[in-house]
Write a protein that binds this ligand. Sequence first.
Ligand code: NAG
Ligand code: NAG
Ligand code: NAG
Ligand code: NAG
Ligand code: NAG
Length: 248
Amino acid sequence: MVSTKCLAGLLAAATLVSARTPSGFTPGSTTDLIVIYNGVVAMNGAVIPRASTADQPMVGILTKPSGTSFAIVMIDLDIPSQNGSSETNTLLHWMQTGLTPAAQATRVNTTTGQISVFLLQNTSNTTPLAAYIPPNPPARVPLSHRYTQILVDTSGVTTNSLGALRTAATNRLGFAAQTVLGQAGLDGKVVAGNFYNVTNPGPVNGTAGTGGGTGAGGGGPRLTGGAGRVGPTLGLVAGLAAGVAVML
Ligand SMILES: *[C@@H]1O[C@H](CO)[C@@H](O)[C@H](O)[C@H]1NC(C)=O
Ligand SMILES: *[C@@H]1O[C@H](CO)[C@@H](O)[C@H](O)[C@H]1NC(C)=O
Ligand SMILES: *[C@@H]1O[C@H](CO)[C@@H](O)[C@H](O)[C@H]1NC(C)=O
Ligand SMILES: *[C@@H]1O[C@H](CO)[C@@H](O)[C@H](O)[C@H]1NC(C)=O
Ligand SMILES: *[C@@H]1O[C@H](CO)[C@@H](O)[C@H](O)[C@H]1NC(C)=O
């Protein structure tokens, strides 16, 4: 028999479309990583308005983890190539270490109902290794970008391991999650994952092939090609080639 309590848990999980990393992505996970932007649940490949993703999301998991320290890593898997090829590149959007799971589940109101989540909190005020950059897919092919998040158990990691993450986070373009976790001795430590989809409405801008670096920029502190617009929190990415900065 399934107890009432269990059943309630199952129902809660079922009403939340389950999260997962995109097919083909490694290191993947089929365990729900809950990603909520100001009440908007951004999970399971859902198409999310760009405007909803301006500020870093709340993240959590449905069951209490055994680990004590976690990192979230967010990667865009669909950066258009700058050399005219149809191959895409990746870009690290966010790397935050030092997250601790809340002792109790919190009921969070979302646009799809209330969910009970063990939030991952930055109780130690750890500075992110890569500050959050909001999605901003350009009018280039592919118009739809898969913003992928993984949760990594970093309990008891060594200083060397953190150092490897820190170094890797300085190179946002071409970020290879599997390689980076290997370098940091964190193979097999991905405990949950998710992705969502932000789509540029188009039409595709056929003249943007060479990456001229004059990003239109949205509202707020987005990256643009003009170095003058790169704000202090985005200093880490200031080193990106001008043409790259508009392809997030
Ligand atoms: C073009 O860029 C893609 C990444 O966007 C890369 O994989 C590929 O190797 C590049 N090709 C050349 C010829 O540089
Ligand atoms: C969440 O929703 C419930 C029921 O609609 C409401 O009573 C509660 O005040 C809301 N909590 C927050 C923090 O908005
Ligand atoms: C954690 O704290 C740092 C320093 O206050 C802040 O920059 C960062 O945004 C916080 N991260 C999260 C996920 O709250
Ligand atoms: C993302 O959403 C767009 C718009 O609905 C859709 O056309 C596209 O196929 C989606 N992409 C992925 C990878 O799910
Ligand atoms: C298309 O891209 C070019 C070169 O990057 C840019 O100058 C132009 O403003 C873009 N047009 C639109 C409609 O975004």
